[in-house]
Design a protein around this ligand. Structure first.
Ligand code: ADP
Ligand code: ASP
Ligand code: MG
Length: 410
């Protein structure tokens, strides 16, 4: 079997962990698999690099941030190859650019455009284990890019698609995908199988366990994806097209995102083209907008607009919106940088009444105020005060009895 194995930060967080993972790779090679490895930076070394930049400037050049952050993964590939060599496994490291991972030129948020698998396949033919740096690539202008925090998962799936691997395994520090973050709700249970669509929503809505674009790519290219632990020998969670859970589970899981800010534009003239002007100007600067609410005002000439975005983009967005709000004749811009989003996801919720009401009651019972709500066929998201987020997740997890569904391994 041709398999891509990706190991996250904690899984390679120390020399001991690197050696442990090398042994895990060795066992797979010895059982006859062809293995390609993708690794993240060790432990929280990417956070350290971010903080180093912060000690130099408040406004680092995105291009240079990518040069800096990509160094973390380069350390891991070299150490991993050394560890494999030590136990008699022939291996060779590849940075993102050496592995021909071409991306868009949007620094810190680049998307993979293509991977030329020739060098990787040659290495495999020579009996070597290619070890690729996750999270990084190269843009057309030859500059180093990174794929956004958590992006090594996406590297792994993109490589799996490019070499037509049979399986892509994402090894992490939990046993699989759970009904919610098991570090926040100890009653959370493991989900054995989850659909691409549900997993994509969970990831987009804040479940860090997989980078959202890795799931998007896996669905698009039909890559069979597994999330499993590098610490315990447990079956893990399979992400695939259709599962039995789809029929059973109205709510599969709960995600939360604390990286959220809310922006409001007050007294916006109510005429065609205004929303385009506001959101177009943000999109031009690559700022993603999430929950959008346009409310009815007693004065039909005006409306109120509110939306959420990533906290990281708030200052840039405010600068743009101050200008746009003047141009369109709105009264002004207000914001709240202390909000969070709690979401329930489930392929079976679309045609079941009462799901939203159950969520709202659970939040009301613990005295949490809903600031904004957004829904789709398979999710309901609520914007609430950030200080309430853990209480909210626990309450909603309880309300849908998620502690009683699912699987427990050891
Ligand atoms: P890695 O470094 O291996 O990429 P991450 O920290 O990116 O690991 O992702 C794993 C973490 O995701 C877990 O430690 C857990 O706290 C968090 N997490 C959030 N939601 C979930 C969920 N629904 N299921 C499992 N883990 C989750
Ligand atoms: N090292 C990067 C990060 O910490 C990428 C990753 O771990 O996937 O975000
Ligand atoms: Mg991760």
């Amino acid at each position: 079997m041709l398999v891509v194995k990706k190991f996250g930060g904690t899984s390679v967080g120390s020399p001991e962990r690197v050696k442990h993972v090398a042994n895990l790779i060795k066992r797979s090679v010895q059982s006859g698999n062809k293995v390609v490895v993708v690794v993240s930076a060790m432990g929280d070394s990417t956070d350290h690099l971010v903080s180093l930049a912060g000690q130099i400037t408040n406004n680092p050049s995105p291009r240079e941030m990518d040069v800096l952050l990509s160094t973390g993964e380069q350390v891991s590939i070299a150490l991993m190859v050394m560890a494999l060599n030590e136990i008699g496994i022939d291996a060779i490291s590849f940075t993102g650019w050496q592995a021909n991972i071409k991306t868009t030129c949007v620094h810190e948020k680049a998307r993979v455009l293509s991977i030329d698998p020739k060098l990787l396949l040659n290495a495999l033919d020579e009996g070597k284990v290619p070890v690729i740096a996750g999270f990084q690539g190269v843009a057309e202008d030859n500059s180093i890019t990174t794929l956004g925090r958590g992006g090594s998962d996406t590297t792994a799936v993109a490589v799996a698609a490019a070499i037509k691997a049979d399986l892509c395994e994402i090894y992490t520090d939990v046993k699989g995908v759970f009904t919610t973050d098991p570090r926040v709700v100890k009653e959370a249970r493991q989900i054995m199988t989850v659909t691409y669509d549900e997993m994509m929503e969970l990831a987009l809505l804040g479940a860090k366990v997989l980078h959202p674009r890795s799931v998007e790519l896996a669905k698009h290219y039909g890559v069979v994806l597994k999330v499993l632990s590098s610490f315990d020998d447990c079956p893990g969670t399979e992400v695939r097209e259709v599962t039995d859970m789809e029929n059973r589970n109205v709510v599969t899981g709960i995600a939360f995102d604390e990286d959220v800010a809310k922006v409001g534009i007050i007294k916006v003239p109510d005429r065609p083209g205004i929303a385009y002007k506001i959101f177009g100007s943000l999109a031009e600067e690559n700022i993603n907008v999430d929950v959008i609410v346009q409310s009815i005002s007693p004065d039909t000439n005006f409306t109120e607009m509110a939306f959420t975005l990533s906290l990281k983009d708030l200052h840039k967005a405010l600068k743009i919106l101050e200008v746009v709000s003047k141009e369109i004749g709105a009264q002004g811009v207000v914001y709240d940088d202390k909000v969070a989003k709690v979401s329930i996801v489930g392929a079976g919720m679309g045609d079941r009444p009462g799901v939203a009401a159950t969520m709202f009651k659970a939040l009301a019972d613990v005295n949490i105020n809903l600031q904004m709500v957004s829904t789709s066929e398979i999710k309901i998201s609520c914007i609430i005060a950030r200080e309430d987020v853990k209480k909210a997740v626990k309450a909603v997890h309880d309300a849908f009895n998620l502690d009683k569904e699912g699987f427990s391994c050891g």
